[in-house]
Design a protein around this ligand. Structure first.
Ligand SMILES: C/C=C/C(=O)SCCNC(=O)CCNC(=O)[C@H](O)C(C)(C)COP(=O)(O)OP(=O)(O)OC[C@H]1O[C@@H](n2cnc3c(N)ncnc32)[C@H](O)[C@@H]1OP(=O)(O)O
Length: 656
């Protein structure tokens, strides 16, 4: 079956995941049969979809008409035959109990057409075991959505022992058609990718506290503010539900052995029914206490090393057993768990040899199986990391992308869409290197800077990682200088620089945009310097550079009020050169950069330098201008420009 042959999708289960998946499928234009065992369950799911579509429309992520049309496409049903009788693709999202799922498949098999593909949305059960209940194990695979499906980008597409390649490819295409990012899990291993990394990580944290090696505060301070994960490890456990992590671990323990024995602390939480947010209490108290109140200054290198070592070991088992390659693991965990950097990159950066030693020492000390290093870990430690290092290709960016869309334009894309393209120290390093590369490249005569995705050009400095390191005033001062200097490179670049701004352009993101020569923004963009609201000041040049664009009065207004401004207001303030329709932003920004790239390189360089030279001293600027004017007289570009003018043609400047 091809993707075009899929018209009707049956979603079995109208609970949290089921109705979310049904909504995503309906938004992508499919007819959806959403089925549950009781009328009230399907109605409840249907109302949730209606509410969620309404919210999306309210936030301009859909038009009212699109929301209405999506809802129209969902048919709530109780009868199984009606639900699956003419379905081309069936996504099962019933409770995570093998017996329930098996019963459902028995019934589905009776009524589903022969061509229909079955996909199970499970986070913990074996795809192979489930497939065996059906008569079509080749037409069966896992399709693991993350909660809530409408917002989460990742879908793990999991191969059972007998899933046909065609089934897996079709499921990936369908996930992509839903607007999601599919990541292939090549083997049916417990936890697949994301849970296989997260759950043992939470378990290691619990073991360390159980054994009196550290405290919950230290672990969460380290995970959130040193490792830069979106939440503390225990905070995450409370969010996921301690019973959920515990059951996943029990399953891993049963299938994979003692390395996955649940920690006593976790067991205790489950016994006491302190399951996390949903029961009001878990590792933190959400009813009578302050919830997850995590200190920024209790980070511990010991904890970091143990957690990274645990993560490195899981990565080794996944990669070594061909469950998934490093790139897929990083992509899945970034999209599914919001990690700023993928786990493989994190452990590679820390040093596999060190982490291997950490495991070996801990294994010797405690004898616990969870510290037994995987063979593949030792192998990769010898090679210097999980990622193959390509020696010919010296440039390897993670937080940005460098593209060459043609016609002398070098395009820098801020590429952390899962974190609103926030700017970390690593991103600054990469940006600095990218500007150097583009400046050295004779084939680049203009630079375009944009942010990946539709939400943000950049929401500014990564506040979370800043809170971790910012406790140290010297480090914070260095970070400020680094940002000032990096953005300053764009300002001082010899070639024109354009920013294409779509979405939030806040804080450090706006300071970056301040350093380009021209700014094109989509209508939906929002600007601001919110630093004062955080008790900070703009530290990447904002107090000095913004005034040169909008004047001191407006600059003070923007910074002191910390308000957000829409694109039109920023155009009126002179910050944005041009506001365009949302859909046109990308093309228009590239068009402008391409136009500028066709200009006379030497005259452009001198113009930019003259502006900078005269910024604080007009006489110096005038002197520079006169001298540049003189130099230009002797260039081929001048002759080319004048000849083209006289002949009514288009000049072709060569920068000579
Ligand atoms: C020297 C330079 C200094 C600076 O630049 S200081 C930073 C200045 N920037 C800010 O203060 C902006 C902070 N962010 C916001 O106000 C909001 O966010 C937005 C208006 C950008 C978006 O709001 P919404 O659409 O409601 O989304 P959401 O749930 O708030 O954010 C989505 C995820 O993005 C993370 N995030 C957003 N901005 C930052 C940031 N600047 N640093 C770190 N994370 C950020 C959030 O926490 C959350 O994450 P999760 O989904 O894991 O909850």
């Amino acid at each position: 079956m091809e993707l075009e042959d899929i018209n009707t999708i049956a979603v079995l289960g109208a609970g949290n995941m089921g109705h979310g998946i049904a909504e995503v499928a309906a938004m992508a234009g499919y007819d959806v049969h959403m089925r549950d065992i009781k009328e009230e369950f399907v109605q409840d799911g249907y109302e949730q979809i209606e509410w969620s579509l309404g919210k999306l429309a309210e936030n301009d992520q859909l038009t009212e008409e699109e929301a209405d049309a999506a809802l129209e496409r969902v048919t709530p049903l109780v009868d199984m035959e009606e639900a699956v009788g003419d379905a081309d693709f069936i996504i099962e999202a019933v409770p995570e109990k093998m017996e329930i799922k098996k019963d459902v498949y028995g019934e589905v098999e009776e009524h589903a057409p022969d061509h229909a593909v079955f996909a199970t949305n499970t986070s913990s059960l074996s795809i192979t075991d489930l497939a065996e209940v059906t008569d079509r194990s080749e037409q069966f695979c896992g399709m693991h959505f993350f909660n809530p499906p409408v917002r989460m980008q990742l879908v793990e597409v999991i191969s059972g022992a007998e899933s046909a390649e065609e089934t897996l490819e079709l499921t990936e295409e369908l996930a992509a058609d839903f607007g999601k990012t599919p990541v292939r899990v090549h083997k049916d291993a417990p936890g697949f990718i994301v849970n296989r990394i997260l759950v043992p990580l939470m378990n290691e944290a619990s073991w360390l506290v159980s054994e009196g090696e550290t405290t919950i505060a230290e672990v969460d301070s380290t995970t959130k503010y040193d490792m830069g994960l979106p939440m503390g490890s225990f905070e995450l456990g409370d969010q996921v539900g301690n019973d959920v992590s515990y059951h996943v671990l029990e399953y891993m323990h049963e299938v994979l052995g003692d390395a996955y024995e649940p920690a006593p602390l976790l067991e205790e939480k489950v016994e006491n029914e302190e399951l996390g947010k949903k029961t009001g209490k878990g590792f933190y108290d959400y009813e009578d206490g302050d919830g997850a109140d995590i200190p920024t200054d209790e980070t511990s290198e010991f904890v970091k090393e143990r957690l990274l070592a645990a993560m490195a070991n899981e990565v080794a088992k996944l990669v070594g057993n061909d469950v998934a390659p490093p790139e897929s693991i990083d992509e899945a965990v970034q999209l599914g768990a919001g990690f700023p950097d993928g786990p493989v990159k994190q452990v590679d950066d820390y040093g596999l040899e060190t982490l291997l030693e950490t495991l070996e020492e801990a294994y010797e000390e405690t004898g616990h199986e969870r510290y037994a290093p995987a063979d593949y870990l030792a192998e990769r430690a010898d090679e210097g990391g999980f990622y193959e290092t390509d020696e010919d290709d010296g440039v390897d960016f993670d937080s940005i992308r460098l593209e060459y869309p043609g016609e002398y334009v070098g395009h820098i894309v801020l590429d952390r869409p899962h974190r609103m393209n926030t700017i970390s120290g690593d991103l600054l390093d990469e940006l600095s290197e990218a500007v150097d590369l583009l400046e050295e490249d004779e084939e680049v005569r203009a630079i375009l800077v944009t942010g990946e995705g539709e939400k943000a050009f950049s929401a500014g400095a990564d506040v979370q990682s800043m809170a971790g390191s910012g406790a140290d005033p010297i480090e914070a001062q260095e970070l400020s200088r680094k940002g000032q200097e990096t953005f300053g490179k764009l300002e001082a670049a010899d070639v024109p620089v354009v920013a294409g701004i779509d979405g939030y352009c806040l804080g450090g993101g706006m300071e970056l945009a301040t350093c380009v020569d021209m700014r094109v923004a989509s209508e939906r963009s929002e600007f601001g310097q919110p630093e004062l609201d955080l008790g900070l000041i703009p530290g990447w040049g904002g107090t000095q550079r913004l005034k040169h664009i909008v004047g001191e009065g407006r600059a003070k207004e923007i910074i002191l009020t910390a308000e957000r401004y829409d694109a039109e207001a920023m155009e009126a303030y002179g910050f944005v050169n041009e506001v365009v329709d949302n859909d046109e932003l990308e093309d228009r920004a590239l068009e402008l950069a391409t136009d500028l790239a066709g200009g006379p390189p030497i005259a452009q360089k001198f113009t930019k330098r003259a502006f900078l030279a005269g910024r604080d001293d007009t006489d110096a600027g005038l002197e520079y201008e006169a001298s540049a004017f003189g130099h230009l007289m002797a260039t081929d570009d001048l002759m080319e420009g004048i000849t083209a003018f006289m002949g009514d043609g288009e000049p072709e400047f060569e920068g000579k």
